[in-house]
Write a protein that binds this ligand. Structure first.
Ligand code: ADP
Ligand code: MG
Length: 726
């Protein structure tokens, strides 16, 4: 991109803007604290601190959250619409209406500045905003931004964002340069720092920084033009093409910093010493032969990939991704058996006690005939009763496979030679826990690590979040699964749904009834029907079938007892919160009813739904929406009626909610993105990733002189990352 140097030559006007300031001669550097910026008082510095702006660099990295095209204002709207409009008008009248209990409605009537008596009018209104009443006055010129609505025959904008233009001639130049007649940046602001003050501050600061001397974190091959230009253009672009170019450069910079961290992690782990953790496979063969079903092709493929990794002399870092019910546990167990046969121990860490116990019970049934020694580590008392008689069976010999929760990390007798660490439902754990489990054994070489997730992560995200991992995908469900039929119903249909559920119990099936929260929460409003509050209702309704309540605060012993009875079919229905979300596997359960379904994300609902349809029975998932569910919310849920493809659902969820929610912001281990969008900017992410990998491929230690500058960004991003994970 050609850059004309003239962009940086202080024009006469810029001189005028800064001339009044004696300190303007000394250029500012990005590291300087804001307090060094001339003319910025303590009060404003404090306001800036609230926006996490502490240095000159922070200020310039406070990117606009949107722009208004004020080169040519739109005509006043004559129709209501979903698209916000940005218009400029003169205040020709104001009016305050008062209601009971101190409530007020303030209206200002705007006229298009043409001066025509017949010019169009627009009413803008604010409710209960005393500050606006005091600021907006007759004769002012106002820029307003908001969605036009119809009120009777008028068009009004309620609670627009607005800015009062200054009328005095001295301000004219500044108006033209900074605030008006241009593509104007709109920032996130805070109390004590108005839009205009902040905009002026950023404008002036840009003049005082030697933009052409800023170094660029990007490798020159990626994008050779200077960061300073991008900073200037992202705040004050002359036109759309400058804005686009600047944004692209800065997003690439942001992504590149992220990918450097990931590439560094990857380089570090491949440099580690590993060992061959794969046995000959006789034990695995024996195990597979004992199964009542054949492997799916996807499972067989995943096992082959993992086996090669186990045998390789570098540590495995692999993600096993597969939709709920795809049979990940079996793949994990196959890997663990190969490891055991090679003379090492293997450990599997699950996010909850219930899940750990379920894995333990399944493993136990499968492994007992093979004589493989198994131990449970959950930190709960029940561990002994569950595992005890089994331990007797192998007469004090050390375990070969450990199954547990976080308690595994704190075990007093860690496995002496851990060869493989498996982490189930990776999205429930942080990046650091993954590392901790890998380091928990007594071995010298690094163990192999396999992480499993049922959250179908769209590719764009996978290469960011799991960029340092290799991926195996189970893209196929075992045959003979019952179909899950999903329906979205309004709350008024609840009695019908309940009757249907009961009929299923009568027919011998089991059911889950799910609520978003354990207890009523003020934040979510009194309409939330908590599992606890509704339990009695269901118990009576479903009697004589036995119903139990299960949520996070049920004591572990009781929880176990309930799960055991549910698995055995003595308890027929569970009224539960999302504690049943992951991994629970009861084939006879064929109905799930979820109340206030609109409060869940799509991916989470899909996970929940994965609890049913596990056996041969046709299964039913009923999503009941609460009274306050919007039509859009109900529409969103239709995605689940239409598809059971986890990837499609995850994509839809990602669009609706953003990546933070999908993965749990803290768990994602991603530094927060300021500008980039993981979906729309996916191409840039790929470019950044390739560039970062190339650097590490050539120089894994970043030893070369020309790579020194990348170290700094690595240290900074790492700090961010750690701050997030801890
Ligand atoms: P997830 O991938 O959700 O963790 P699980 O590992 O819990 O799935 O497997 C779900 C169910 O499918 C389990 O009951 C498991 O025994 C069964 N299963 C696994 N693999 C197969 C297969 N190849 N054929 C039939 N059933 C299978
Ligand atoms: Mg599972």
């Amino acid at each position: 991109m050609p850059i004309s140097a003239s962009k940086f030559e202080p024009s006469a006007i810029v001189e005028m803007l800064t001339a009044s300031d004696p300190a303007s001669a000394a250029p500012l550097t990005l590291d300087q604290p804001l307090t060094d910026v001339p003319g910025l008082g303590a009060v404003r510095a404090k306001a800036c601190a609230r926006l996490e702006i502490f240095t000159v660099g922070d200020l310039l990295a406070h990117f606009p959250r949107r722009y208004e095209d004020r080169r040519q204002f739109e005509n006043f709207p004559t129709q209501p619409g979903e698209r916000p409009v940005c218009v400029c008008g003169v205040v020709v009248g104001t009016q305050t209406k008062r209601f009971g209990r101190g409530r007020t409605l303030f209206e200002a009537t705007l006229q298009e500045p043409s001066g025509h008596a017949l010019a169009a009018r627009l009413v803008v209104r604010w409710f209960n905003l005393f500050y606006v009443q005091k600021t907006v006055a007759h004769g002012q010129r106002l820029v307003v931004y908001g969605k036009p609505k119809a009120r009777g025959r008028d068009i009004v904008i309620d609670h627009p964002e607005f800015e009062i233009l200054e009328g005095n001639p001295e301000a004219e130049e500044e108006e033209r340069l900074v605030h008006l007649r241009r593509i104007t940046p709109i920032y996130a602001t805070t109390e004590g720092l108005s839009q205009r003050v902040l905009r002026r501050l950023i404008y002036q600061t840009l003049q005082r920084v030697e933009l052409d001397k800023l170094d660029t974190p990007l490798p020159r091959t990626l994008d050779p033009w200077p960061r300073g230009v991008a900073l200037q253009w992202i705040h004050f672009p002359a036109d759309e093409s400058e804005l686009r170019a600047a944004r692209q450069h800065l997003v690439l910079t942001e992504f590149f910093a992220l990918q450097l961290v990931i590439a560094a992690r990857r380089a570090q782990s491949t440099a580690q010493l590993g060992e061959n953790h794969a046995g000959h496979g006789a034990l695995l063969e024996k195990f597979l032969a004992s199964l009542p079903f054949p492997l799916t092709a996807a499972q067989a493929r995943a096992i082959t990939e993992i086996r090669a990794d186990l045998a390789a002399p570098r540590p495995m870092n692999r993600l096993l991704q597969g939709d709920v019910g795809a049979g990940k546990t079996l793949v994990a167990l196959a890997a663990m058996l190969l490891c055991v046969e090679a003379g090492f121990q293997a450990a599997l860490m699950a996010p909850t006690q219930i899940l750990a116990e379920q894995h333990f019970l399944v493993f136990r049934r499968w492994l007992e005939p093979l004589g493989v020694r198994l131990a449970l580590r959950t930190g709960a008392r029940r561990e002994e009763t569950l595992g005890g008689d089994f331990a007797e069976f192998f007469q004090g010999a050390p375990p070969q496979i450990y199954v547990g929760t976080h308690a595994l990390l704190f075990d007093k007798n860690p496995p002496p030679r851990l060869g493989l660490a498996v982490i189930d439902e990776q999205h429930k754990f942080g990046v650091l826990q993954r590392a901790a489990l890998a380091q928990s054994g007594g071995q010298r070489a690094a163990p192999d690590v396999l992480v499993m997730t049922a959250t179908p992560i769209p590719r764009t995200l996978a290469i960011t979040v799991y960029g340092d991992l290799d991926v195996s995908v189970l893209d196929e469900l075992p045959v003979g699964r019952g179909k899950v039929i999903t329906g979205v119903r309004p709350e008024s249909k609840l009695p019908d749904a309940a009757a249907f559920l009961r009929a299923q119990l009568d027919a011998g099936r089991q059911a889950y009834i799910v609520y978003p929260l354990v207890e009523e929460s003020d934040k979510l409003g009194p309409a939330t029907k908590a599992a606890t509050a509704r339990f009695e209702h269901w118990r009576t309704l479903l009697a004589p079938h036995r119903t139990a309540l299960l949520h996070g605060r049920v004591p572990p012993d009781e929880k176990d007892a309930i799960m055991q009875q549910f698995r055995a079919g003595d308890i027929r229905a569970l009224v539960a919160t999302t504690v049943i979300e992951v991994g629970i596997d009861v084939k006879n359960a064929s109905v799930m009813l979820i109340e206030n379904a609109e409060r869940f994300g799509l991916a989470q609902l899909h996970q929940l739904r994965g609890r049913i349809g596990r056996g041969e029975h046709k299964s039913y998932c009923v999503l009941i929406t609460g009274e306050e569910a919007t039509p859009e919310a109900m529409e969103k849920l239709r995605v689940l009626e239409e598809t059971s493809d986890g990837f499609k659902i995850a994509e839809a969820d990602l669009r609706l909610r953003g990546p933070g929610d999908l993965l749990g912001t803290a768990q994602s281990g991603l530094p927060p993105l300021k500008l980039g969008n993981l979906i729309d900017d996916a191409e840039l992410m790929k470019t950044a990733r390739a560039a970062a990998r190339e650097i590490f491929a050539r120089d894994p230690e970043l030893a070369a002189a020309e790579n020194q500058r990348f170290r700094r960004y690595l240290v900074e991003s790492r700090k961010l990352l750690l701050a997030q994970v801890s």
